[in-house]
Ligand binder design. Structure first.
Ligand SMILES: [Zn+2]
Ligand SMILES: [Zn+2]
Length: 330
């Protein structure tokens, strides 16, 4: 099968992904084999390819927003031909203290798709049967792909931020994950305030009906109940904190941040404001979000790239040059 392989991390401008033919994986016990039809590009892929996340497997096939159909290892619940998605969480042990407390997103022995095991920048992928998700029929393959991490983790972020219907919510950064979170917030009748760099991201936020849209250094005109930061920048976390009412919460939707700058406790955190990180996802997050996505008819904005252009797709994500989500089609 065709695949994009990462042998050695490097700057994306140096095109670290190599392309070639590799042996098609087979479904081991408890796994299904999925023929990949589309695979979304996530900022985490960029952190893996550029080496901000320590290499776990060499070579590795990145990609963890996989849409495809089951071709082997079918079960009664997952019949052959069923459209399914595979996400970042490729498996957990189910036995550690955190799994036993229902916090499988924090499992001590997790499997991460496209990082600790091969992912979906390829023709086929093998995945644990208990970690694949049947997909809503209404979406095209390419439109379903960004739901699987950008969508699920964006949804988890607004959960972690504690968003209640009707609240004022700030989104700092407006890439794939934020534009999907916004759709859920609108369904919950929240007011959405978007601060982001890039004129085209601001236009997209406006066209999607944001209550207010400003540049990344502009402060929303009202105090926010909740905020989510989406770019890997600590400055943004401080900007988000500075926009909160007392008792408000900032959730950081990023697996890696450049740093957290020093900030003034008295004015920014005191008053029971909180900063929370968002780590991974649970299968419940995935199922709940996919159900909401189907109910509200969520249709992500996508830009397609052929597999051989995976380096270019990642470079475009790094430059914030994509409106909506980048999706690789093998
Ligand atoms: Zn565990
Ligand atoms: Zn991701």
């Amino acid at each position: 099968m065709k695949a994009a392989l990462l042998n050695k991390p490097g700057r994306i401008t140096e095109k670290p992904l190599e392309f070639g033919e590799v042996e098609r994986p087979s479904a081991m016990a408890g796994q299904v084999l999925v023929r990949v039809k589309a695979c979304g590009v996530c900022r985490t892929d960029l952190h893996i390819v550029e080496g901000e996340l320590k290499p776990q497997k060499r070579p590795v096939i990145p990609g963890h927003q996989i849409v495809g159909e089951i071709v082997d290892g079918a079960t009664a619940d997952l019949p052959k031909g069923l459209p399914v998605g595979v996400s970042w969480m490729g498996g957990v042990d189910g036995t550690c203290a955190l799994c036993r407390r229902g916090m499988e997103n924090l499992c001590d022995a997790p499997v991460f798709t496209g990082y600790t095991v091969d992912g979906g920048y390829a023709g086929y992928t093998a995945a644990r049967a208990d970690f694949v998700f049947p997909l809503p029929a209404a979406l095209s393959d390419a439109q379903a792909a960004p739901l699987l991490c950008a969508g699920i983790i964006g949804f988890r972020s607004i959960r972690v931020a504690g968003v209640q219907p009707g609240e004022r919510v700030g989104l700092f950064g407006f890439g794939a994950s934020a534009h999907l979170a916004m759709a859920v917030l609108q369904a919950w009748k929240c007011e959405v305030y978007v601060s982001t760099r890039g004129e085209s991201h601001r236009r997209l936020a406006e066209s999607l009906g944001a209550t207010w849209v400003g540049g990344e250094r502009e402060k929303p005109p009202v105090e926010l109940d909740r905020a989510v930061t989406f770019a890997p920048s600590g400055d943004l976390v401080v900007a988000a904190l500075g926009s909160l009412r007392k008792g408000g919460v900032v959730a950081i939707n990023a697996i890696h941040l450049d740093r957290i700058p020093e900030f003034d406790y008295d004015t920014l955190l005191w008053g029971e404001r909180q900063i929370r990180s968002v780590a991974n996802m649970t299968r419940r997050d995935a199922r709940d979000f996919l159900q909401i996505a189907a109910e509200i008819g969520l249709k992500p904005k996508v830009t397609l790239f052929p597999l051989a252009q995976a380096n270019e797709a990642l470079a475009a994500v790094k430059r914030d040059a994509i409106d909506g989500a980048a999706v690789i089609v093998p």
